[in-house]
Design a protein around this ligand. Structure first.
Ligand code: PLP
Length: 486
């Protein structure tokens, strides 16, 4: 996909009373914009006449400046609006500010996919219907509970120091208790509190996997939408799924060296497909990983959102051999703004990750840790979750009804047992990129499947968690009409 180039904006004028000639000031101004990365290669300058107006100088002054910039090789094209920035290297040799453009692309951490950058911005546009977003409807915020918890905190907290390296003990104790209902029986030394599950992934990528290692994962997967593993020089290898989850046997021929391979999986309410791995597949997968000495990162971000019951126990609950590192998060159930997640693993792993975390941020926010501990200990979290699951289930059922009504002829989809997502695959060779742009004009924001996949696809990730039933229906109807009006 071509990256859009923002049009050049000029809101500066040369100072006519300076010793430096005006045309030189203009040259310097252009060089500064190019060297700082504000004006990128390919950006077009306004016509000479417009520039003369904007700079409040004669056309002849502009002409001299343009000639000189052309001779440096910074711009090309003589006149009209055809003059473009063609190089930023010469500009660096001129006395100017540091090249932020060059510096910001020098680090090892890769940029987000362009479409994701765009979505991250568009999510904050007013009145936009976020049809694929990975966040709970903000209107489901349990205001009364928050008030109670925060009021209690305000009288109980007497100081704000740094927290212990693995996270505040009170929270780790509450997490230990909380995880028992999912069949995970561990002690506080097996838990590291992180700033969201994302940080746990970051810690694992940077502490435990060496460059060139292979990370097997579902295809499509949330991990593909992040650049952190790729930035660490890790190779992602996408393995297809069926209705029961990851087709783990396909990994077999691809494991070159189990010492430098790991599996990342979201077995429950997978992001982006909504698929939940069956119990039989979980057992088989564990056996396969034990046999092949393949460690597992189990992402349980949506584990607590099974609508009917919790029969799908985490892999960690059947992990007798210590193969699994489990990631939990408060983001999908309660509040992503808390930035609280946790890792459950063997003590040496927790110690290593905890040590790295101390070097990174010296602990997750103490306020967030204490707030989440209070939610867990008071029983408020559990009772809130019962209501939340009821609401989400209603929204899922409404979403499936809407899809049957408006998309039966256009697409296929799955029925998730929980979580946020439905994976919608268009029948015909519909270009999702094209639909994205057209939907955007109707104020509907989509999450194209390509963001999460290893190959081009015809799918989008639908979320029923963000919009109310009526809003969802309206957006789905608009989208169907738009598709039929190809
Ligand atoms: C599967 C999965 N893991 C982790 C995260 C990130 O969670 P957190 O907000 O706890 O960093 C997300 C968020 O979309 C997710 O979908």
């Amino acid at each position: 996909m071509m990256k859009r180039i923002d049009p050049i904006q000029i809101n500066w004028k040369p100072a006519k009373n300076k010793v430096i000639p005006v045309y030189k000031q203009i040259i310097q101004y252009v060089c500064d914009r190019v060297a700082s990365g504000e004006w990128v290669i390919g950006a077009r300058l306004p016509s000479q006449r417009t520039m003369a107006k904007l700079f409040n100088v004669n056309r002849s002054t502009i002409s001299i400046a343009i000639d000189e910039l052309t001779s440096y090789g910074i711009i090309s094209g003589k006149s009209g609006a055809g003059t473009q920035i063609v190089s930023n290297t010469w500009a660096l040799m001129l006395p100017t500010k540091p090249s932020w453009k060059k510096l910001i692309s020098s680090g090892y951490f890769q940029e987000n996919n362009y479409r994701l950058q765009q979505i991250n911005q568009l999510e904050f546009e007013p009145n936009i219907a976020r049809l694929g977003t990975g966040e709970l409807d903000l209107r489901l915020f349990p205001q009364k509970m928050w008030t109670e918890v925060l009021q209690k905190m305000s009288t109980e907290i007497t100081s704000w120091g740094y927290a212990e390296p693995l996270g505040i003990l009170e929270l780790r104790e509450a997490i230990v208790e909380h995880m028992r209902q999912f069949g995970i029986n561990v002690s506080t030394e097996n838990i590291l509190v992180t700033s969201g599950a994302l940080q746990a992934l970051q810690l694992i990528a940077s502490c435990m996997l060496k460059e060139g290692s292979t990370v097997f994962t579902e295809a499509p997967t949330y991990l593909k939408s992040l650049q952190m593993f790729q930035s660490a020089g890790l190779k992602l290898n996408g393995i297809t799924m069926d209705h029961d989850g990851l087709e783990y046997w396909k990994i077999k021929n691809q494991i070159k060296n189990s010492e430098s391979s790991i599996l990342y999986t979201i077995p429950t309410n997978q992001n982006p497909t909504g698929i939940t791995m069956s119990d039989i597949r979980r057992k088989e997968l564990m056996d396969f990983c034990i046999k092949n000495r393949l460690p597992i990162i189990e992402d349980g971000a949506y584990q607590e959102l099974c609508f009917d019951n919790d029969q799908f126990k985490p892999l960690k609950s059947i992990d007798d051999n210590g193969m699994v590192m489990y990631l939990g998060s408060a983001s999908k159930t309660l509040a992503p703004g808390l930035r609280i997640g946790w890792v459950i693993a063997s003590k040496p792993v927790i110690q290593r990750l905890g040590d790295a975390k101390m070097q990174m941020d010296y602990g997750a926010s103490s306020l967030s840790q204490l707030v989440f501990a209070e939610f867990l200990k008071s029983g408020k979290y559990s009772s809130y979750l019962v209501d939340l699951k009821k609401t989400l289930k209603k929204r899922r059922d409404n979403a499936l009804e809407c899809l049957t009504k408006y998309f039966s002829q256009l697409a296929t989809w799955n029925k998730p047992i929980g979580g946020f997502y439905i994976w919608l695959t268009f029948n015909e060779s519909i270009e999702v990129d094209d639909i994205f742009e057209r939907a955007l004009k109707k104020k509907i924001l989509l999450n194209p499947g390509d963001i999460y996949d290893f190959k081009h696809n015809r799918s989008i990730r639908i979320s029923f968690a963000y919009l109310e039933c009526d809003e969802f229906k309206e957006s789905i109807k608009k989208l169907a009409l738009l598709l039929m009006d190809k």
